[in-house]
Write a new protein. Structure first.
Length: 254
C-alpha cells in the first residue's frame, strides 16, 4: 500500500471515529439529562454524569486533556473566563473543569434537547438567553450573588464556539459579573480543539487539548463602564496563552 493510500485510510478512520463519537454524544444528551433529573441529588452528582458523557466522547476521538497553571481555591469567589474554538474544547471543559468551578454559564441553545433545562439547573449551570436583555441581566445579577458568596463561576468569553484558530472577541458578560462582585476575573485558555476536531467537521485527529489557568485580573475600583476594557484585557491574556501553546506545538511538530 502506497503512502497516499495510507493517508486516505487514516483520514477515513478519523472521520469514522469522529462521526461515531459525535453521534453518540448528541444522541446521548437527552438520556444523560434524564438520568440527572431522576437520580442526581447534588450538583456534584449531576456534573459527574456530564463529565462521564463528555469523557466518553473524548476517549472515542482519542483526545486527551491536560491542565496547567494555578486553579482558584474553593471559596475564593472569582470568574473564570474561557475561550472555545471547537466542540472538542467544550467537551474537554465539561470533562475536567468541575473540580475548579462551582457554577457555570452555557448557551441557551442547549435547551432544545429534552430534559436539558432541568438537568442544567441540577448541575448549577445557568443557560444564558440570547436576544433577551432583561433575562441576561437577571442571570448576571444571580451570578453576582453567587460569586460574592465565594463561588467560582465559569463563563465562556466569546459567547459561542468561535470556529477559529485563535481567540475571538470576548463579550462583556463575564466582566460585568466580576466588576459587580468586585472579584478577580481569571483567563482560562483552551487550546487544541480547532486542530483536532474543527467546528463543522467530524474528522477527529488524535491528540491533546490543553487547558491553562492564567493570572487573576483585579477588578478593584472598576464599574460597569470599564466592562469593555476588562473584557478586552481578559481576551488579550487568553490570546497570549493560546499563541504560546501554538508556538510550542509548532516547535515539536514532526
Amino acid at each position: 500500500m502506497g503512502d497516499k493510500a495510507i493517508k486516505i485510510m487514516g483520514a477515513l478512520a478519523e472521520i469514522i471515529r469522529g462521526g461515531y463519537a459525535s453521534a453518540l454524544w448528541i444522541s446521548g444528551l437527552s438520556f444523560t439529562s434524564l438520568r440527572i433529573v431522576l437520580t442526581a441529588k447534588t450538583p456534584d452528582a449531576a456534573r459527574r454524569l456530564i463529565a462521564a458523557h463528555s469523557r466518553r466522547f473524548l476517549d472515542i476521538c482519542q483526545i486527551k486533556v491536560t491542565i496547567s497553571g494555578t486553579p482558584p481555591k474553593a471559596g475564593s469567589g472569582c470568574v473564570l473566563c474561557h475561550n472555545e474554538a471547537s466542540f472538542a474544547d467544550v467537551a474537554a471543559y465539561l470533562a475536567v473543569m468541575w473540580p475548579h468551578v462551582d457554577r457555570a454559564a452555557g448557551a441557551d441553545l442547549y435547551a432544545i434537547f429534552p430534559f436539558m433545562r432541568a438537568a442544567t439547573r441540577k448541575a448549577a449551570i445557568e443557560l444564558v438567553p440570547r436576544g433577551n436583555r432583561a433575562g441576561t441581566e437577571r442571570l448576571i445579577e444571580k451570578a453576582v450573588l453567587a460569586v460574592k458568596s465565594g463561588e467560582r463561576l465559569g463563563w465562556g468569553g466569546e459567547g459561542r464556539i468561535s470556529g477559529q484558530d485563535g481567540v475571538a472577541r470576548f463579550k462583556v458578560g463575564a466582566s460585568l459579573v466580576a466588576i459587580r462582585s468586585q472579584a478577580p476575573i481569571i483567563p482560562v485558555m483552551i487550546y487544541g480543539g480547532h486542530r483536532l476536531l474543527p467546528l463543522g467537521s467530524i474528522r477527529a485527529r488524535r491528540g491533546e487539548i490543553h487547558i491553562r489557568f492564567g493570572a487573576p485580573i483585579s477588578t478593584t475600583g472598576l464599574d460597569d463602564t470599564d466592562a469593555r476594557a476588562l473584557a478586552d484585557k481578559t481576551q488579550a491574556a487568553t490570546a497570549e496563552m493560546y499563541a504560546d501553546f501554538k508556538t510550542q506545538e509548532g516547535r515539536i511538530a514532526p
